[in-house]
Ligand binder design. Structure first.
Ligand code: 6PG
Length: 281
């Protein structure tokens, strides 16, 4: 079912979480293809948690894999946990294992072997050039004892150097993919976050004590949501039905409910029936 919320956000209610991931993957592929075909490039700020894995799985195989000119993609992260990129709780893991990693094995990211070298039965993934994959430099920050503030500042420097052109003073991604936490957080911007209103493009966030994982984070400034070309929000499960309804049909300030920042025109919220169960649509 499709509806448009009071905020101007498009609301798609899928038949279940699997279908929601399919709809999200199709929308992601379409946004990336359109941008790359028109400008030669697409900058995608992806998300973490459990949301993106099923979306990546669909993008990494036919037909969606063949529908995106991946060499024009620059992949960024909206936020990450302050752990090394190869840590199981890193937001890089899901992308690396599902969407990107196999392309490296296939040689389509320019490291040599051909797809036939892939272990039988594994997908090659999306041929995203390795230099176009831009994780937060958490591994360096931790390995050299530089800390999360350095990590956030270094990421902001990388965005200024090779990221998308700014709009209204913020990096304007063609696509921001978001999940929403049970407390209504997005990126690593939690209710009451000091990140709201800060001028920095990226910030270090102390470990939350009310949601898992209770790890220090690094996040892009939530202001990027307001200048993004397109936003895709994927939410599943009845535990989030309340924050979904508050975000899409309430009036609370983002400081109380950061998810409200994504309740805007240009945003598509893709929900399973449980997550949509408190909406009056
Ligand atoms: C993270 C994410 C975070 C996530 C929400 C929803 O680092 O955890 O960036 O913002 O999108 O917490 O997570 P789930 O999809 O796992 O519920």
């Amino acid at each position: 079912m499709t509806a448009t919320g009071r905020s101007g956000a498009e609301i798609l209610v899928a038949s279940d979480a699997e279908s929601a991931a399919g709809l999200a993957a199709e929308r992601v592929a379409s946004i990336l293809r359109t941008s790359i075909e028109s400008t030669g490039r697409a900058d995608w700020a992806t998300t973490g948690g459990s949301t993106p894995g099923p979306v990546y799985r669909r993008l990494a195989v036919a037909p969606l894999r063949e529908s995106v000119p991946w060499t024009g993609l620059h992949l960024w992260w909206g936020d990450d946990r302050f752990v090394p990129s190869d840590h199981p709780l890193s937001n890089v893991q899901a992308a690396d294992e599902i969407l990107i990693g196999r392309a490296g094995l296939s040689g389509e990211s320019g490291i040599g072997e051909y797809a036939t070298d892939i272990t039988a039965g594994r997908d090659v993934g999306a041929p995203i050039p390795a230099l176009n994959v831009h994780p937060f430099p958490t591994t360096k920050a931790i390995g050299e004892g530089l800390g999360p503030d350095w990590c956030a500042a270094a990421y902001a420097d990388e965005l200024r150097a090779v990221g998308p052109a700014p709009r209204d003073g913020w990096p304007a991604f063609d696509l921001v993919l978001l999940g929403i936490g049970p407390d209504g957080h997005l990126l690593s911007v939690f209710p009451g976050s000091a990140a709201l209103g800060r001028p920095e493009w990226a910030l270090a966030i102390p470990a939350p004590t009310h949601v898992e994982p209770r790890l220090p984070r690094v996040t892009l400034n939530p202001a990027i949501i307001g200048v993004a070309g397109a936003i895709v929000v994927v939410v599943n499960g009845g535990a989030k039905a309340g924050v979904v309804a508050r975000a899409l049909q309430g009036e609370e300030e983002p400081g109380v409910l950061p998810a409200r920042l994504a309740a805007r025109g240009g945003a598509t919220w893709i929900l399973d029936p449980d997550a949509a169960s408190r909406l009056d649509i």
